[in-house]
Design a protein around this ligand. Structure first.
Ligand SMILES: NC(=O)c1ccc[n+]([C@@H]2O[C@H](COP(=O)([O-])OP(=O)(O)OC[C@H]3O[C@@H](n4cnc5c(N)ncnc54)[C@H](O)[C@@H]3O)[C@@H](O)[C@H]2O)c1
Length: 319
């Protein structure tokens, strides 16, 4: 049985990945619980195939403890917020670059040869001129978060040449689904819960991005991990479908039954510093691995909102 380490295993995507990997692997999850929740892993607590290490990717000891005996590292731990990376660039660098290097170099010392890395197709290319954007496009990130993802990818390239560590860099679209407590849909839900009569949208609503439902993202990750080749390979992982922010606002209001809420746009082209307003990832390489999307993205948005309502409560109209 394969033994895998999932960093960020208590987080949104990481915990769904643990749910899937545990079907045929022994899984160790490493998470410092800064964002992740133990409740996301509750169902595995008593499994003999599962081990949880509470610790940080920035600590040599925590990384070494969690990596012992592992064949493949799924590296999903990160400071995941573009806005935070603009406000605290050094902290972002410490987690997303130094922490990631800590893992990769521990793999070199322990002779572990396979890594699947959660990168970001929505940020590493910046404002790409070629749309849909293929993996061969020059990386010109416009956020520190995107710069950190791109920087670590370059080390995946050098470590594959120097030490034979094979890797797939999964360049995710915006991933949505149960257990996510960040991103535009969560933001809209929280705002409407506070005030069901008004929805403030950052930007002018025309930002249009690639989205993907979490079960599709996990399935793509598994396929890419299983078919890992020699060397380092970046792969765009999206559904091929895009949504504008205005459409997301409409779907959210509809699903929360507050269609009469007034939508107010802050007016600027981008929502915040480092926001890439247009992403459209070319997913032909991913499809060549035999992957197909299962969840139509508008259905995914609705399913996710239903989960938010179940987990955090309905939006109540004021009498
Ligand atoms: N959600 C998306 O749309 C998206 C898109 C592109 C890339 N990604 C990447 O996918 C990965 C997972 O993202 P997510 O949306 O599930 O975020 P998340 O915040 O839910 O998960 C990240 C996890 O990492 C943990 N963590 C943070 N710092 C840590 C540290 N120093 N040591 C150990 N654990 C630490 C957090 O507690 C959290 O559980 C991240 O690398 C993120 O950058 C996500």
């Amino acid at each position: 049985m394969q033994r895998v380490l999932v960093t960020g295993g208590a987080g949104f995507i990481g915990s769904h990945l643990v749910d899937r990997l545990i079907q045929d692997c022994e899984v160790t999850a490493l998470d410092n619980l800064s964002e992740g929740l133990m409740e996301n892993l509750d169902r595995h607590k008593t499994s003999r195939q599962f081990r949880f290490v509470k610790g940080s990717i920035t600590s040599g000891d925590d990384v070494e403890t969690s990596m012992a005996g592992v064949d493949t590292v799924y590296h999903f731990a990160a400071q995941p917020d573009v806005r935070v990376s603009a406000e605290q660039p050094i902290n972002d660098f410490e987690t997303n670059v130094v922490g990631s290097m800590n893992l990769l170099d521990c793999m070199r010392r322990l002779d572990i040869k396979r890594m699947v890395f959660a990168s970001s197709g929505g940020t590493v290319y910046g404002e790409a001129k070629t749309l849909p954007t293929p993996e061969s496009t020059v990386l010109r990130p416009i956020s520190n978060y995107g710069a950190a993802k791109a920087a670590f990818e370059m080390y995946l390239s050098s470590y594959s040449e120097l030490y034979g560590i094979n890797s797939v860099s999964v360049r995710f679209a915006n991933i949505i689904g149960p257990r996510s407590t960040h991103g535009v849909i969560y933001d809209f839900y929280t705002k409407l819960k506070q005030n069901p009569t008004r929805l403030e949208v950052l930007g002018n609503g025309t930002q249009e991005k690639s989205y993907m439902y979490v079960s599709d993202a996990v399935e793509a990750t598994i396929i890419l991990g299983q078919q890992m080749r020699q060397g380092y390979l970046p792969v765009n992982v999206g559904s091929g479908e895009r949504l504008t922010v205005s459409r997301i606002a409409e779907l959210t209001k509809e699903e929360l039954k507050v269609m009469d809420a007034r939508t107010e746009y802050s007016g600027s082209r981008s929502g915040w510093a480092g926001d890439v307003v247009m992403t459209n990832m070319d997913i032909r390489l991913l499809r060549s691995f035999g992957w197909k999307p299962r969840v139509h993205i508008e259905d995914g948005v609705r399913q996710y909102i239903r989960w938010l309502v179940e987990r955090f409560g309905p939006v109540k109209k004021k009498p």
